[in-house]
Design a protein around this ligand. Structure first.
Ligand SMILES: Nc1ncnc2c1ncn2[C@@H]1O[C@H](COP(=O)(O)OP(=O)(O)O)[C@@H](O)[C@H]1O
Ligand SMILES: [Mg+2]
Length: 306
């Protein structure tokens, strides 16, 4: 694991921003930090990047303790912060040259060219940053995070404030970076973004709620359900359904039955037959689709009950 945290904790005064966080990041993969505003995503990234220290616990980033050797960590990580600043009166290229000057790079201009091209900004390299759109500035900020050849890239809400089309473009570029082998930690409160980009998602609310692949999060929390809307539902019908051995679970919401079947593809037609035989008048049969939103809310609710 290229990153590991051990009860990583950060307080601001009495406020517990990050609470005994234990997580790992795999090399070459994208790990998502997903959580509502104020969940501690930025604070966690800043601790991992060696920009602030934990109040207790620690992290290990590629074998280095960021709280003890911040400088060494800075060499191997690149970070896109929530509010990247540029010199608006300088060209994109000049801005990057300026920031490259902070590092001891032998081939800064080659590196700048490579990543301006990768971020599809090469044609605009001589234009003043002040004339750039938000999306272009964001791509330039990602370029800046890459010029010193970091191994690990922290992207703090890389698409926030961008319109949907531009966000999608930026996501595509992030996928390209992932293909180049970068380890990426990406924070977001956008669920579909997390699902689209991340190999694993850490759901965070000060503490870690859960960490898993998007597919497993779905599977773990929700079973397939068949929804059957009827003209009316009576006791007789409910009785008939509960007798069926392939019905794992059933519940009712007004005139709709929610039924969890052992094997939907096998049992759905028989279920419908049995309902009709029991006198049920079916209006509609559908599969209940659980959105990531459902999963997320149910995770956060679970957490609340603990
Ligand atoms: N520099 C700071 N001083 C005081 N409180 C802070 C500071 N930075 C963050 N916090 C608080 O810590 C909590 C987590 O913030 P943050 O890490 O920015 O969350 P997120 O990035 O998930 O929105 C919030 O309650 C926030 O107000
Ligand atoms: Mg944040």
């Amino acid at each position: 694991m290229i990153i590991e945290t051990n009860n990583l904790t950060r307080k601001f005064g009495d406020r517990l921003a990050v609470d005994n966080l234990n997580l790992t990041a795999e090399e070459g993969k994208i790990l998502g930090f997903l959580g509502p505003n104020g969940a501690g995503k930025t604070t966690t990234m800043r601790m991992l990047a060696g920009l602030i220290s934990p109040t207790s616990g620690y992290a290990v980033v590629d074998g280095i303790r960021p709280d003890k050797e911040a400088e060494r960590v800075h060499e191997i990580i690149g970070i896109l912060t929530e509010t990247p600043g540029f010199y608006n009166n300088l060209s994109a290229q000049r801005n990057l040259e300026y920031f490259a000057g902070f590092y001891n790079l032998s081939d800064a201009s080659a590196q700048i060219e490579k990543y301006l091209k990768l971020m599809e900004l090469w044609e605009r390299k001589s234009d003043k940053v002040g004339t750039f759109s938000k999306g272009m500035k964001q791509r330039l900020a990602i370029t800046r995070a890459l010029i010193h050849r970091p191994k690990i890239l922290f992207l703090d809400e890389p698409t926030s404030g961008l319109d949907p089309e531009v966000s999608q473009e930026v996501r595509g570029l992030i996928q390209n970076l992932s293909r180049e082998g970068y380890t990426i930690i990406l924070s977001t409160h956008n669920l579909s973004e997390a699902e689209q980009l991340c190999h694993r998602i850490a759901v965070i609310r000060s503490a870690l709620v859960t960490l898993d692949t998007p597919a497993n999060l779905r599977k773990r929390l929700f079973k397939h359900q068949t929804m059957i809307k009827l003209e009316e539902i009576d006791e007789n019908l409910i009785q008939a359904i509960s007798k069926l051995d392939y019905v794992n679970k059933h519940s009712r919401e007004e005139n709709t039955l929610l039924i969890e079947l052992a094997d939907p593809s096998k049992h759905q037609s028989d279920l419908i037959k049995k309902i009709v035989e029991a006198g049920g008048r079916i209006i509609e049969v559908t599969d209940k689709k659980h959105s990531l939103e459902d999963i997320y809310l149910s995770l956060l609710n679970e957490e609340e009950k603990i």
